[in-house]
Design a protein around this ligand. Sequence first.
Ligand SMILES: [Zn+2]
Length: 386
Amino acid sequence: MSRFTLRSVAVVVALVPLLLAACVAPGEVEPAPSEAGDRVFPASYVPIRPRVLAAPRDPNGAPLPIFLNRHGGVYRAGDDDSARNRSSVLSSVGRSQATIGAYGGGDARWNQIVSCVGDQFARFNVTITDVEPASGPYVEAVFGGNGSELGMDNTGGVAPIDPTTCSVIHDAVVFIFTQALGGSAQVACEVAAQEIAHAFSLDHEFLCEDPMTYLDGCGSKTFQDVDAQCGEYSARDCICGRPSQNSVAVLTAKIGAAHTPGVPLPPLPPLPPPPSPADACGGVDYFGTCSAAGVLSWCQDGALLTRDCAASGNVCSWQSDTVGYNCLPAPPPPPADACGGLDYYGECTADGVLRWCQDGTLNTQDCAATGRMCAWQSDTIGYNCM
Ligand SMILES: [Zn+2]
């Protein structure tokens, strides 16, 4: 498996096929699900650059607003900044700008979505609003579009995540492609819960009842207070070295429990693992580093991985802001100097042979053989047979 494949795992989960066709023009009313049980859960995440994270918030301080945006907008690539419509997701998919159309499902269903997302996060220290906050950090959840705006045609939603240190991205922009999801407010709500929670470091969970899942067929989903395995369609390790994931425990630790200001909180239950991926990787992050000997090192899922670029005939160098350092094909060697350092003015050998370089080719002429001698002629010609 090439390094590029390894490093693209989080992006590739965006490409899980939809069960519903997404063919609704922007602004049209979204279709209702064709039948009960039609579900779509390819709601993915893309890793962000850990070094761009803002200072952490106090999870027990003022509640973090989550702005549910039904109006669409123009988003630009960059470090996440909800107030300025900057999104690292755009950076990750290589788009400098994208326009998301407004939510087309009407007021009644919109209000159902707002209410449902409010219920999903009711026990945590956040506020749910569909009015854009005028100041301070907030997570923005954009409802609209079908994913093609970001080149993600078969995706229900997408969000940034910090898979290296599992920090909260409290000014994240996450997307819920409602035109690709059918008309169900419940489905849009559950995809929104997943995307928003990605910004709070929750991985995909191999547990059908939890909104972090790709699984279906178990009724409506809410965050589950159980230790679950991670994974999409099969169990795998969780990000950040977590041996398992408890959605409620992680969200409580990351964004705090809902509480009345001034009332002391009960002590938090400790999270199962003390995730220290940064330590496990010795300070190397996902973007990695190159050794002088051409060995690439990078941190992924809390583990330090290495690849000897030089051993495979490649060079270790910076690839992009999305991938970081990588093993890349060695640049072609510069054309060999056929003249061995000799210039146009040339030289004379001890036995009277003139040698000079012209158009990259070494030329020789045996002056002695033609009864001449090799000597300096002029600053224009250099050496010549005289
Ligand atoms: Zn997801």
